[in-house]
Design a protein around this ligand. Structure first.
Ligand SMILES: [Zn+2]
Length: 256
């Protein structure tokens, strides 16, 4: 049986969704990822990951999948042809509007699955705004935690496989091999930053950046060793982790 929110009729949805249900909103992006990858990377990864999570644990945990929001806050890539950008303000309003509609069905748990690292801080704010306005419990998950926000990337990339790097390229090669041209990939690691103790990705002092601050090609990492095989392992590991997290979302309580 389909667990896509929009595949139900209105009356069916009213009967089947309730305070024990979880609604999952995958969010991607349409933005440049260097010359070796298409614009669709974050959108495809968020969508395929959400679908795999729902297939694995949707029935057991009563999770429903909203249509993937394809465009989000990609202004760090606005310099590039092809990137589509929602402003922070617009995206916040879109999230609040969707969340209000979901809350009206009686659902109490709303989860964002974010495929685009550039949204991460903004979505931290959105979780609180949605909670305050709708009363729903709100959660943010990532296919993998972005390295700029404490996630890991490969040692060869000095932990800076931030955008279009080895892991992301590998996962995308697993999902859409025909859309990847690895012959156009090079090593683009901002080596100088790695020597800093504080002012670095994931360090104690953050910095504002645009993707062409480091290199005109706009990707950050070393995709040259990427492979579909590595991507498959990363993808499947992420589905396991997300289902574990979803089981905790299901029973999460503030303990009052
Ligand atoms: Zn990406």
């Amino acid at each position: 049986m389909s667990r896509r929110y929009e595949d139900l009729s209105g009356p069916e949805l009213g009967e089947r969704l309730n305070a024990d249900s979880i609604v999952l909103l995958p969010i991607g992006a349409v933005e440049q990822h260097g010359p070796h990858l298409p614009l669709s990377v974050d959108h495809v990864i968020a969508h395929e990951m959400a679908t795999a999570v729902i297939d694995r644990c949707g029935e057991e945990l009563d999770v429903w999948q909203l249509p993937t929001l394809a465009v989000s806050k990609s202004n760090e890539h606005a310099w590039s042809p092809g990137t589509l950008v929602l402003s922070a303000d617009t995206l916040m309003r879109v999230l609040l509007d969707i969340a209000r509609s979901v809350a009206s069905t009686g659902v109490d748990r709303f989860v964002i699955l974010n495929g685009h690292g550039g949204n991460t801080t903004h979505f931290g704010t959105a979780l609180r705004e949605i909670r305050l306005e709708t009363g729903m419990k709100t959660f943010l998950m990532h296919p993998s935690l972005p390295p700029a926000y404490g996630g890991v990337s490969t040692e060869e990339e000095l932990g800076m496989g931030i955008h279009g790097g080895r892991n992301e390229t590998s996962v995308f090669m697993h999902l859409r091999p025909e859309l990847v041209d690895l012959a156009k990939a090079e090593r683009k690691v901002p080596e100088a930053i790695a020597e800093n103790t504080h002012v670095k990705f994931g360090g104690s002092t953050s910095f504002g950046w645009l993707s062409n601050d480091f290199d005109a090609d706009g990707y950050i990492g070393d995709p040259t060793g990427a492979s579909a095989e590595e991507g498959k392992a990363l993808f499947e590991g992420a589905v396991d982790t997300l289902c574990e997290a979803m089981a905790e979302v299901k029973t999460f309580d503030f303990g009052r």
